[in-house]
Design a protein around this ligand. Structure first.
Ligand code: XMP
Length: 518
């Protein structure tokens, strides 16, 4: 395993749900970070540019005979180490401390943290008492030799530990989650006071490097890009066009399952404003035909995904001299497709997006965004001239409205939903709410209810509105709208959209629900 010549913080992922947030926090502070598996750290040949190592949380337990670990010699290399949750327990175990699993010691959710002694790690973070986020059953009950106890909670005595000489630190709580008050300060202290790493990571400065690399890889060949109009594929297309100009062919497949006007809007921007070589494929009728009578969510997803790929394959074959296929793969896609322990996490929904194109296509892959998080991609997009409306657009699923019309899909239902969704999203923009929300959409429920309009009885569909706040789509909370906005939006949709006589708001969080309904 080899890294580029730049200062880096390595995060060893032991399988925590929130490891990605650690990498995000480090990068947000201007330091490049990468997540690797415990197996990968064993393969690193050259540690020169590694300025610090963070050990994540995870489901393993050091109280069992077999547990996830890394070679102790890595902890003795004088590279600063920060263990978080399981990471702390692993450090304690490797240095001879004692860890016990007990119901009495477990802590889930908020806990109060109290200071025992000063430490560089808690500078400007912990004066006397602080709220931190916990999620553990095991706890360190005996300090390893040469470690000191810095802080404690009611249930865990050794909540922060350190070995100053070796620059090894451990925290039982999760500073990476927003529920830990000012948790970012722990990272600031670790990075800048302990690792002494420099702030060299700046997404805008990557622009030139990315363009140069694309030129170097593609040379005089042609590249095909599936352009959906979402942020990722749009940034990929624009970035590649900056590198190789006319040798890029963008293919837009119109499934008829996009938001109102969205397809035309994106097409015009890319074709007329950004002057890219865009080929439009109208497949609306084909999609509606194949989806006829299908109401099972997984079947719908599979049909849409397969059809998209078939059409795309057929279109791309027209460009015999194209050697590369560009995809909007992001860093989280890469992390998620790696397995920490060989076990696969349960599949909740079969995701489809234009990035998931088949391997059997005879193209070489070009994935210029595979080192970046979505927020970073948005910044990059802005810096290369992608319009704000595309850069800061809410995420939109590959199967589009196909999974937002519950039950069977018809042309009429698509039209009804497009109208309702259009009103909703425009009201969010007008009321300055759009940018406060991570993702919002309208869905059409497969139930009709009775209403009264004027003097007549109606029997029409129910529209569900969803708006969530989230950091990465892995977890989400519903957005708390002011009542007057709710009144306004329900009124407007019912009055303006023929076919809807009831509006409901989804107040479930993820987990246990998901963001989409199907
Ligand atoms: P869920 O519903 O799983 O959604 O909580 C999490 C995020 O993923 C998006 N999503 C998809 N994106 N293809 C995509 O490109 C898909 O098939 C797909 N399904 C869900 C969803 O909109 C949310 O942002």
């Amino acid at each position: 395993m080899q890294f580029q010549k730049r200062e880096i913080i390595i995060i060893v992922d032991f399988g925590s749900q929130v490891t990605k947030l650690i990498a995000r926090r480090v990068r947000d502070l201007g330091v490049y970070s990468e997540i690797i598996t415990p197996g990968e750290i064993r393969k690193i040949k050259n540690f020169d540019m590694i300025k610090g190592i963070i050990l994540s949380g995870g489901p393993s337990t050091v109280t069992k005979q077999k547990f996830q670990t890394i070679p102790k010699k890595i902890l003795l290399m004088k590279i600063p180490i920060l263990g978080i949750c399981y990471g702390l327990q692993l450090i304690a175990k490797l240095f001879g401390g004692k860890i016990r699993s007990s119901k009495k010691r477990r802590e889930f959710g908020r806990s109060f943290l109290y200071k025992k002694r000063n430490s560089t790690l808690i500078k400007n973070f912990l004066k006397n008492k602080k709220t931190v986020w916990m999620s553990h059953e095991d706890a360190v009950i005996k300090l390893p030799k040469n470690f000191k106890n810095i802080a404690f909670t009611k249930n865990s005595n050794l909540t922060i530990i350190e070995n100053i000489k070796r620059k090894i630190y451990g925290v039982q709580f999760h500073p990476e989650v927003t529920h830990t008050e000012n948790g970012i300060q722990i990272f600031k202290n670790f990075l800048f006071s302990i690792c002494k790493v420099r702030k060299t990571w700046n997404i805008k400065s990557q622009k030139k490097i990315l363009i140069r690399n694309i030129k170097k890889i593609v040379k005089k060949d042609k590249v095909i890009c599936a352009l959906s109009g979402g942020v990722d594929s749009s940034v990929v297309a624009l970035l590649i066009s900056k590198a190789i100009k006319k040798n890029l062919i963008c293919i837009m497949v119109d499934t008829g399952l996009m938001r109102k006007n969205e397809f035309q809007y994106t097409y015009k921007i890319f074709k007329n404003k950004l002057k890219l070589n865009v080929k439009l494929v109208n497949s609306k009728n084909l999609f509606i035909k194949k989806l006829k009578g299908i109401s099972d969510p997984e079947k719908k997803r599979k049909i849409i995904g397969k059809l998209f790929i078939k059409i795309f394959e057929k279109e791309s074959q027209k460009y015999k001299n194209a050697k590369f296929l560009a995809q909007g793969t992001l860093y989280p896609d890469i992390i998620e497709s790696r397995s920490i322990s060989g076990s696969k996490t349960a599949k909740i929904k079969s995701h489809h997006n234009v990035g998931g194109l088949p391997k059997k296509m005879k193209f070489k892959l070009l994935e210029p965004l595979k080192e970046f998080f979505k927020d970073e991609v948005r910044v990059l997009g802005s810096s290369i001239g992608l319009p704000k409306e595309i850069c800061f657009k809410h995420p939109f699923p590959g199967p589009g409205l196909g999974i937002r019309i519950l039950g069977n899909i018809t042309k009429d239902k698509i039209k009804i939903l497009q109208e309702a969704d259009f009103i909703y999203i425009n009201e969010l923009i007008k009321n300055n709410l759009y940018n406060k929300i991570w993702q919002a959409y309208a869905a059409l429920l497969p139930i009709k209810t009775v209403g009264v309009m004027g003097d007549s009885r109606t029997y029409e569909y129910t529209c569900l509105l969803r708006a969530v706040t989230s950091e990465d789509g892995m977890t989400a909370d519903y957005y708390n709208f002011p009542k007057d906005f709710m009144d306004k939006i329900s009124n407007k949709i019912i009055n303006k959209v023929k076919g809807i006589n009831r509006v409901v708001y989804d107040i479930s969080s993820k987990p246990p629900s998901t963001i989409e309904l199907e």
